[in-house]
Design a protein around this ligand. Sequence first.
Ligand code: GUN
Length: 173
Amino acid sequence: MSRVPSLAEINSLNRAAFTSALGHLFEHSPWVADETWPWRPFRDAAHLHAALCATMRAESQKKQLALIRAHPDLAGRLAQQNKLTAESTREQASAGLTRLTDEELAVFQTNNAAYLARFGFPFIICARLNNRATILAAMQSRLGNSSEAEFQTALGEVEKIALLRLNDLLKTN
Ligand code: GUN
């Protein structure tokens, strides 16, 4: 397969190759792609994305929680140590999170810790659709929400992250 696959190529892949090509769309959670393979063929990127999201939504809350927890904190310890996946590194950089002052970094880390302590999972927002200021504002306002609302918001943000990653994968087709 060429580096930038077409949808026709993706539709023709066996299960292992399909999972290998799309596994990274959901952070450290290739099971989403694996369980979506039987739903081929996909008409277009929107259809494929909808099928991936339906797989995620149909899974148990336990598995959804593990998926949410697989995401790194924004401007967190893994980012500081350059231990993020390639996609996560680009996402955090695009929101300006790799150019924070020590003071800004401390604010992020305090908010990340407060969010995790309240909900038991990390704060998820689609970094590429945001910037430092909108992320910090969302962190502060979302801390007041219920766990159930935040769980659903996190899944919605995971879907946005996956759509942008899918668009990158199919970019030149
Ligand atoms: N954690 C919170 N938001 C994001 C995001 O947009 N991308 C990644 N990889 N991790 C996150």
